[in-house]
Design a protein around this ligand. Structure first.
Ligand code: PEP
Length: 249
């Protein structure tokens, strides 16, 4: 059976309790749009309140620490975000790779901790402009996925999503072309089939992120091997986020 498109809003470091009205509006609208799987990743502080108020949508975290607990001031473990109500975690986002210096090995450790805590995983990958210009984007992305995937993922179709997010497209207002997206997703699919076998490799979702909006979403999601979208800026208001969902349903 074909999977429903998966549309995930990444609120990044935006949102206080005043934003809960947006989550409520998204959840209300989601009840009429069951053909699309909708999720939000608010900041840590809003995971529990969003989970409490929203019945229909998935709720996730934007990071977790690889350890179960301990002397790690300011950090949050996978078990803690699960306890707060998260069902998944986004790991390896380029903003964390860049501003927190996160390397593939650490991301793989976080991924293992997340899976052990019962969370699903959205693993981000993507090249910068320089890698794209030099024709090395695909090699770079496949290497990144290989090095940041945790080992021995049980039930990967259910528990793993790959988010391809070219860094130059994030927040730039300029999404990658459908042609480039499909080319990269096709290469990622081949890698997943090689790694997880024919059946699981074909079933793992690959979603695209980078300046997705209501105007370009339908065309992007109609592309081969595009299973949904990770949405940053346009997920901050219920109206713009749900316009994307409406465009792809
Ligand atoms: C993101 O940061 O995950 C993202 C896709 O951002 P935007 O939609 O704003 O480009």
């Amino acid at each position: 059976m074909a999977q429903r498109p998966f549309i995930v809003g990444n609120w990044k470091m935006h949102g206080t309790r005043a934003m809960l009205s947006e989550a409520r509006a998204i959840d209300r609208a989601a009840q009429r749009l069951m053909q699309v799987e909708i999720a939000l990743a608010p900041p840590f502080t809003l995971i529990h309140p969003v989970r409490r108020e929203a019945e229909q949508i998935g709720v996730g975290a934007q990071d977790c620490h690889p350890a179960d607990g301990g002397a790690f001031t300011g950090d949050i473990s996978a078990a803690m975000v699960a306890d707060a109500g998260a069902g998944f975690v986004i790991l390896g986002h380029s903003e964390r790779r860049e501003t927190h210096g996160e390397k593939d090995k650490l991301i793989a450790e976080k991924g293992k901790a997340a899976l052990d805590a019962g969370l699903k995983l959205i693993l981000c990958c993507g090249e910068n402009q320089e890698k794209r210009d030099s024709g090395k984007a695909t090699d770079h992305v496949l290497r990144q996925i290989k090095a940041s995937l945790p080992a021995d993922i049980e039930d990967p179709v259910e528990r793993l999503t790959i988010a391809y997010e070219p860094i130059w497209a994030i927040g730039s207002g300029k999404a990658a072309s459908v042609e480039d997206i499909v080319e990269m997703h096709t290469a990622i699919r081949a890698f997943l089939v090689k790694t997880f076998g024919e059946e699981d490799g074909a079933g793992i979702r690959i979603i695209y992120g980078g300046s997705v909006n209501a105007e370009n979403a339908a065309e992007i999601i109609a592309g081969d091997e595009v299973g949904g979208a990770l949405v940053g800026g346009a997920s901050l208001s219920a109206e713009s986020f749900m316009n994307i969902v409406l465009a792809v349903q």
